[in-house]
Design a binder for this molecule. Sequence first.
Ligand code: CA
Length: 237
Amino acid sequence: MTKFNILVIEDEKNISDFISKTLTAHGYHTVSATTGAAALSLVTSLCPDVILLDLGLPDIDGMEIIRQVRTWSETPIIVVSARTQEEDKVQALDAGADDYLTKPFGTSELLARIRTSLRHSNKIQNGMSFSQKPYSAKGLKIDFYKRTISLNGEFIHLTPVEYKIVAFLAQNSGKVMTYSAVMNNVWGPYAESDNKILRVNMANIRRKLEKNPAEPIYIFTEVGVGYRMTDDEETIL
Ligand code: CA
């Protein structure tokens, strides 16, 4: 079996070492870059399967790296950023990053983000539609053909807008979706920039799906960024 190749772009040695050691121990091959210039040339020569990118590099802004890579490559990019920089995360996602990790992060979070990114990029490469297989996690099932949602075998009634929101998040399960990405998907390009209508719908969705809407187990809020739906159990690598 050919190992997946992960490019780690990070100028802080202790973080870079932690990521590389963790990934190597879990069967991945890693290559490290400590500057943006080195990173860009490695992206071209190495064609990595996933890129882990620290936004704060000594030479080139991480945002610029995302833009340059996205002009020719669909390789998943997971941004590594500090907790206080929500605005940066949103900008990075809108520029084409697939997801982000917030420092400090643990081993299981790192591995989960990588698995999710690989799963999504494999589906795209194989030309499979996200909507072909039903979604299933923790007793929640979504059939995208029949447009039905059931919780522990009981059908849940959602409004058409609520269904669209949940289906979009489920088809991107495990990944964070920004508020604007959800708004654009559900209400189209002329969606209001204010996300109040989305938050109102989400409150109603949680009342229907979650046992305790204050402590959701299906749809999580990523503060200041968007929503992340729990990963589909049947397709975890
Ligand atoms: Ca840095």
